[in-house]
Write a protein that binds this ligand. Structure first.
Ligand SMILES: *Cc1c(COP(=O)(O)O)cnc(C)c1O
Length: 377
């Protein structure tokens, strides 16, 4: 089976980890610092603060940006659950706005309409690695003095109008989970140009500690280890070449599958550079199931997108349930039953992924193309 993701690390990563293990410095230390400096330089921000995973990066960035219980944060309903849970774990309410048909990212016009006096942040998701249309969102955010956070967990190396994702707003969160464009196994980082946000995230990831065993803030233990950072340093060096490989594969798919009537292929806006975290194809809801079944029989691990948009997730409908939500008491009665986001709802029935990761061989890419053609004929 040609897998949807295949994390392959090389000798260089193995040696880097061995070095750390032999050094005796395992917890956050000089490798983490070096990784932060290199990552900030790559993205083009003044600061980068490494944490334990991408969800922690989102959560700590939200707190550092000033989001508090009872506040509202606008985000996309078409994303991984962490885009909503990170907001909920801060005690704030995710307000979902529908996405655009072209990029599957939040529709800037709908962001504008969703702003209320309680809106304390806008979390933009660059879904599949295609950047969201930032300028109109940043414009309305500026008018309303609302900070903007990028969920760049799928967008390492992507660009918007020539600028790297992660450098476009007040702060950004990346994930280095095993299947992302670059990995540290588990890991995350916050990038920002704000000294205040960077400092607060650094404090919050380390128990709010200001000097040894003195805690002036309520924080977490969400640090990155030295061996994760050592892997990250090697992976970062490979990122551009790996993204180029993804780009080449995506181009082949877009050329060779373009004639197939039943498929809507992913686009790349003229202002965008896609990171091709996922190659997402759209087909009619009733056709997707049988098509994926055929593809899997042919040896291609094609997968449907998220089973439901975030406002339809079971826990989102039961936020008042004390057994399921330990924060139930601090939430005002939030109900999403009236929320209707027709584009996101339809897309969760229609989108699916074919493998586009950088470890695919040319033969595998050919096999994916042939299999899609065969499955549709
Ligand atoms: C992977 C991902 C996250 C969460 O990152 P973790 O490192 O798994 O916590 C958040 N948002 C999006 C869009 C993701 O794809």
């Amino acid at each position: 089976m040609i897998p949807i993701a295949r994390p392959v690390l090389g000798e260089e990563e193995i040696n880097a980890v061995r070095e750390v293990l032999q050094s005796g410095q395992l917890a956050q230390g000089p490798k983490v610092k070096e990784f932060e400096e290199k990552f900030a330089e790559y993205v083009g921000t003044r600061y980068a603060v490494a944490v334990s995973n991408g969800t922690a990066a989102l959560q700590l960035a939200l707190i550092a940006m000033g989001v508090r219980p009872g506040d509202e944060v606008i985000t996309s309903p078409l994303s991984f659950f962490a885009s909503a849970s990170s907001i909920l774990l801060v005690g704030a309410k995710p307000v979902f706005v529908d996405v655009e048909e072209r990029t599957y990212n939040m529709d800037p016009e709908k962001v504008r309409k969703a702003i209320t006096p309680k809106t304390k942040a806008i979390m933009v998701v660059h879904l599949h690695g295609h950047p969201a249309d930032m300028d109109p969102i940043l414009e309305v955010a500026k008018e309303e003095s609302i900070p903007v956070l990028e969920d760049a967990a799928q967008a390492h190396g992507a660009e918007y109008k020539g600028k790297k994702t992660g450098s476009l707003a007040d702060a950004a969160a990346f994930s280095f989970y095993a299947t992302k464009n670059m990995t540290t196994g588990e890991g995350g980082i916050v990038t920002t140009n704000s000294e205040e946000i960077a400092e607060m995230v650094s404090l919050l990831r380390h128990h709010g500690q200001t000097s040894r065993y003195v805690h002036e803030y309520l924080g977490y233990n969400m640090r990155m280890t030295e061996f994760q950072a050592a892997i990250g340093l090697v992976q970062l060096k490979k990122l551009d070449a790996n993204n180029e490989r993804r780009r080449k594969i995506a181009r082949r798919y877009s050329e060779e599958l373009s004639d197939l009537e039943d498929l809507v292929l992913p686009i790349e806006e003229p202002w965008a550079k896609h990171s091709w975290h996922l190659y997402a194809i759209r087909t009619e809801g009733s056709k997707r199931g049988p098509l994926l079944e055929k593809l899997r029989k042919l040896g291609v691990d094609a997968r449907p997108t998220y089973p439901m948009p975030l406002h339809k997730q079971p826990i989102i409908g039961r936020l008042g349930d004390e057994r399921r939500n330990f924060l139930a008491k601090i939430f005002p009665a939030i109900s999403y039953s009236e929320v209707s986001l027709p584009i996101a709802e339809r897309l969760t029935d229609e989108l699916f992924y074919i493998p586009v990761h950088h470890n695919l061989s040319d033969e595998e890419v050919s096999k994916v193309v042939d299999s899609v053609k065969k499955a549709l004929s």
